[in-house]
Every structure is written in C-alpha cells, then in structure tokens.
Design a protein around this ligand. Structure first.
Ligand code: AMP
Length: 355
C-alpha cells in the first residue's frame, strides 16, 4: 500500500485521541496493558465472540471491543476504525490469519514497516537479508539423498512448527515426508535455543547506537514445543521412533531465559547487522523483531528465523525482564511500542514508525 495514503489518514486523525488496537490474541493482553500504562485508549478487535477471559485480567482488557465475524472483515471496517483514530499493532497471529495480501492493503496506520513482510515470508529473501547481514543460518540441504546428518524438514507456511519433522537419513526422510506440500530441508543445529527480542527505534538515540537511531534488547525466551520438549519423559527419541512415535514441534508456550553475559556483544552485533541491512534493503525493520537462534557448543549463533514484529515470547515479561529492568522498571515490549508511538506523536514523527 502506498505510504502516502497512510499519511493522508494520519492527517485526519485527532492526535490527542489515538487508540492503540490489535486483534484479541497472541500478545494482546501485554499490548493493551502497555498502551494503557502510557495513557492511550485501547481497542480489541475480536474475531467472533469476545473472549470471556479478558474479564479476569482488568489491566489487560481493552477499553472497547470491536467485533468482526472473520479476520478478513477487518479490511471492510477500516473506515470505522479510522474514525476512532486507530493505530494497529500487528502481532504474529494478526498477520498470519489476516493473510499477507490483506495485511498489505489494510487501510489503517500500522506500527512498523509493512515492507518487511516480503523479506521475512519468502525464504530466499530472508536468507538474502540475514546472510547478507553476516549472520550464519543453518545449512540448507537441496537434495534429500545427501542427508548425512540430522535435518529438520519444514513445510512452507506451517503455523507454529506444525508438521515439522526430524530425519537422520534419506530413508527416514522418504518415509515421513508429505510431498504434496512444499517443504525445505535444513540442517538440525545442535545446541540451545534463544529467541532474542530486540526493539529498534529509528527516531531515538538513547540506546545501542546505529547509523540511524538505536537498538535495545528487551528480553529473550525459549519456546516450549510439544512434544519434542518433554518427550524424553517417556524414553529417548530413538527408542520412541522405533515404535513409531515421532516428536513434533508445535508451540504451546514460552519460558523466560537469560543468556551468558559474555554473549551479549554478539547478540547486539547480530541485531545491529540485521537492522543496518534492513535499512539498505527496504527502509528498515522498525520496532520489535525477534531472532530465533541456536547457540552451538562453540558458542556460535545459528539464526534459523526472524519475526519482524512483537512475538509471543515477550509475554512472560509484562512487568519487565532482567534486560528491560536495566532500561526502566515495568517495561514490556507492548509498553515500549506504546512509548515509541507517544514519542513519535509528540515530535511529529509518526510517519517514521508507521506504515
Ligand atoms: P520455526 O517454525 O522455523 O520457528 O521452527 C519451529 C521449531 O523447530 C523451533 O522453535 C526449533 O525448536 C526447531 N528448529 C527450527 N529450525 C531448527 C534448526 N535448524 N535446528 C534445530 N532446531 C530447529
């Protein structure tokens, strides 16, 4: 969507009555709580019936609900939402369920740079971006007959790791693969997983300085994935596979974690390189993004994915993380997003952080 339209919409907004909105799912409690703490009105877009659990969390409950029958209807109601001076905070589920094309033509100011979607959703482009930034990604195996080490087979567009499987040989791969779906094969990186939550501000210079603006590290998590993360309660994976039980990688939750302090310089170098490259490629990955990594026994990072918006792994930190506590107390990613919008509004820079 051409940027100019967003500028037109913004020009008609009452800047004293901005409303922070998102779809009621994923990290919405945190987004609403953070926005309220910064003094914004909040609006929850509910797909289907309003979920009852919001009543149990008054601080995370939006001031107003806006119900639609299905995700795609949000597009139709853009005008009504504009009248409420809505700024959309897109989260993983929002983009996933609305669909990339609909998200791109959503006629509402949206936090972050929508152009990033092309670069993260296309495997080739993602590789061009991340490897172009000097990051090391897991090796890709083009010919399954060449599998000589453990690999992970991923289906395109699979939600939350669904259907992914591990194979150690070509025979195993052949037995398990569903060739009716597009897939790709990646080296299974041995090590420990860290999901790093960054925040890049192109308009504030009060953190780790970049060529334009600055970078923060707000938190990190490890995803909890069923069944792989607890399958060993029943026996070793090899034993279980012999009787036809295969581990799966479906995300069910998130666990807080910190990394060895001596690895922080590498963490920042990676974040810096990803932002600098994004500025050159498409105008920048603005706001929150997450690098999904494995740290090997040589203490090297392999990055297997980037998510270019708030991730659900930030949810353990509604009252702050061991990292954001060193920036300011009670700073969640949701609150940091609200702060960025507040600051940009005050300085007349909303066009720099919205698209
Ligand atoms: P993804 O959908 O790419 O985030 O992957 C889902 C899950 O599979 C991750 O959270 C990891 O637990 C695991 N995973 C993905 N890629 C790799 C890899 N190359 N090596 C080891 N584990 C991986």
């Amino acid at each position: 969507m051409p940027k100019v339209k967003i500028d037109d919409i913004l020009a008609n907004y009452d800047k004293n009555k901005l409303t922070i909105a998102t779809v009621c799912s994923h990290s919405s409690l945190q987004i609403f709580d953070g926005a309220k703490k910064e003094g914004f009105r909040t609006l929850g877009i509910s797909v289907g019936k309003v979920k009852k659990f919001y009543d149990a969390f008054p601080l995370g409950k939006p001031d107003e609900f806006f119900s639609v029958d299905k995700y795609k209807d949000i597009i139709k109601h853009a005008k009504k939402l504009q009248e409420k001076n809505v700024i959309i905070i897109p989260h993983g589920s929002f983009v996933e369920y609305l669909g990339a094309n609909n998200f791109l033509r959503l006629n509402l100011p949206t936090f972050g740079n929508r152009k990033v979607l092309m670069w993260e959703s296309d495997r080739k482009k993602e590789k061009q971006w991340l490897e172009g930034a000097g990051l090391t990604m897991p090796r890709q195996i083009k010919d399954p007959r060449k599998i000589d080490n453990p690999v992970i087979v991923k289906y395109h567009g699979a939600k939350g790791g669904k259907g992914f499987f591990v194979a150690k040989t070509y025979e195993e791969f052949k037995k398990r693969v569903d060739k009716s779906k597009p897939y790709f094969i990646q080296e299974f990186v041995m090590g420990t997983r860290y999901y790093l939550h960054y925040f890049y501000s192109p308009i504030q210079n009060n953190a780790y300085k970049l060529s334009k603006g600055s970078l923060q590290l707000l938190s990190m998590d490890r995803r909890d994935e069923t069944t792989i993360d607890e399958v060993q309660r029943l026996g070793s994976i090899a034993e279980l596979e012999e009787i036809g039980i295969h581990p799966t990688f479906v995300v069910t939750g998130n666990i807080p974690i910190v990394i060895r302090e001596s690895l922080l310089p590498k963490v920042f170098k990676m974040g810096e390189a990803v932002v600098e490259k994004s500025l050159k490629l498409f105008g920048g990955v603005l706001g929150s993004f997450c690098l999904e990594t494995v740290v090997t026994e040589d203490l090297e990072f392999r990055v297997f994915e980037i998510s270019a918006r708030i991730v659900a792994g930030t949810n353990p930190y509604i009252t702050g993380s061991p990292y954001s506590d060193l920036i300011e107390p009670n700073l969640s990613t949701g609150r940091r997003i609200a702060q960025e919008i507040k600051y940009a509004n005050k300085k007349n820079l909303l066009h720099e952080i919205l698209s």
